[in-house]
Ligand binder design. Structure first.
Ligand code: AMP
Length: 353
């Protein structure tokens, strides 16, 4: 999607991906090699204006190697922080952004961490967890000890289980010149830890939540001297927002912006890392974004729904895999609800509202 946004701007994209069926290879020159292959990395960096990343679990060592040769934006140290859930939460806390209570798990004395956060809680691996992978909810001390034993030998942290009202997220972008822009707060509905449905902008916000979230994301962007798009995932508890996770990249909760905002997150990321002026982040009407997970619906059914825009990633179907998404645009919330119901009927999706 970054490569697709680059094309009309006259920006040429090449992609480095160790997997032979990388979906970006359909639209960009593909360098297929391991992250440890320094000669391949050096060849990849040759003649480039800039290198960025849209995959969170990239090798930081590879990014550091590239940074010796070419500008890497955002900087490799950013990935180092946000690849590790413990460093991430400690960083959020250090800049005054509230998080859920958390504690690192010492495998020799696991109950000490539990005493700090209490039950129910969520045990998470510090690294390589996403879409609910590498985590277990524990309701009792025994559950907790079982979860720790199951997830060992990975380094772990434990968080209090938060009975949040809803999950929200916000995208911000900061350019090389320091210019910043923030997208509207959006509402995320997950099932089995995977984002299924997103509503943009979030419903029933009088502006108070948007202003809190804007404050948090701009604080993150500035404190890190960040360049590019960043996503911040939040839990709403009453009038409070607690940070759950930071994604230092274009993000699934910003896919709606391709049709749903004046400038998509992909275009704004490119503008930011290349030092161009940022584009307007205002929404165009209201949108819903539906992830297509595990299997694909018939194309003609999706396209029969007014306002529906289909994006297929060219990935082979596998249970739990994100294969594409649909953005549904409308001029009013009522119209979006009607279109969403129609889409759900057409493709047999479970509708959340
Ligand atoms: P994560 O991989 O941390 O984004 O977690 C995936 C999903 O699990 C989140 O979107 C939430 O729905 C849920 N979750 C994660 N952490 C917590 C928590 N501390 N309390 C309640 N639910 C959580």
């Amino acid at each position: 999607m970054l490569a697709l946004a680059a094309y009309p701007l006259g920006i040429r994209i090449e992609v480095f991906d160790p997997t032979s069926d990388a979906c970006a290879a359909q639209v960009a020159v593909h360098h297929c090699a391991a992250y440890e292959h320094e000669a391949a990395l050096a060849r990849f960096a040759e003649g480039k204006a800039c290198i960025t990343c849209e995959f969170e679990n990239v090798s930081v060592e590879a990014m550091r190697f590239l940074a010796n040769q070419v500008a890497v934006r955002p900087a490799p140290r950013v990935w180092e922080i946000f690849q590790d859930r413990l460093l991430e939460k400690q960083y959020l806390r250090s800049v005054g952004i509230p998080t859920v209570p958390f504690a690192p798990v010492d495998p020799q004395r696991p109950t000490e961490a539990l005493e700090q956060v209490g039950c129910p809680c969520v045990v998470k691996t510090r690294r390589f967890g996403y879409d609910g992978k590498g985590q277990r909810v524990a309701r009792t001390r025994e559950d907790y000890l079982t979860a720790v034993a199951q997830l060992a030998p990975h380094a772990l942290l434990v968080e209090a289980y938060v009975p949040f009202e809803r999950e929200l997220s916000i995208l911000g972008v900061r350019s090389l010149s320091g210019e910043m822009a923030v997208y509207p707060l959006v509402e995320n509905h997950h099932r089995e830890g995977i984002l299924r449905l997103l509503l943009a902008p979030a419903r029933d916000d009088t502006g108070a939540l948007q202003s809190i979230a804007t404050g948090y994301i701009t604080r993150l962007l500035e404190s890190l001297d960040y360049v590019g798009v960043m996503a911040l995932e939040l839990f709403q508890v009453g009038e409070q927002l607690l940070a759950n996770e930071v994604a230092p990249r274009v993000h699934n909760s910003g896919h709606w912006s391709i049709e749903g905002a004046e400038t998509s997150q992909f275009e704004n990321h490119l503008r930011a890392i290349l030092g161009y002026p940022l584009g307007c982040t205002a929404p165009r009407g209201v949108s819903a974004m539906i992830n297509l997970i595990g299997e694909l619906p018939p194309v003609e059914r999706v396209l029969s729904v007014p306002g529906a825009h289909l994006h297929l990633y060219g990935k082979s179907p596998r249970p739990g895999r994100k294969l594409g998404h649909i953005t549904l645009r409308a001029d009013s919330v009522a119209e979006r609800e009607r279109r969403l119901q129609q889409l759900c009927r057409e493709i047999g999706l479970m509708c959340h509202n």
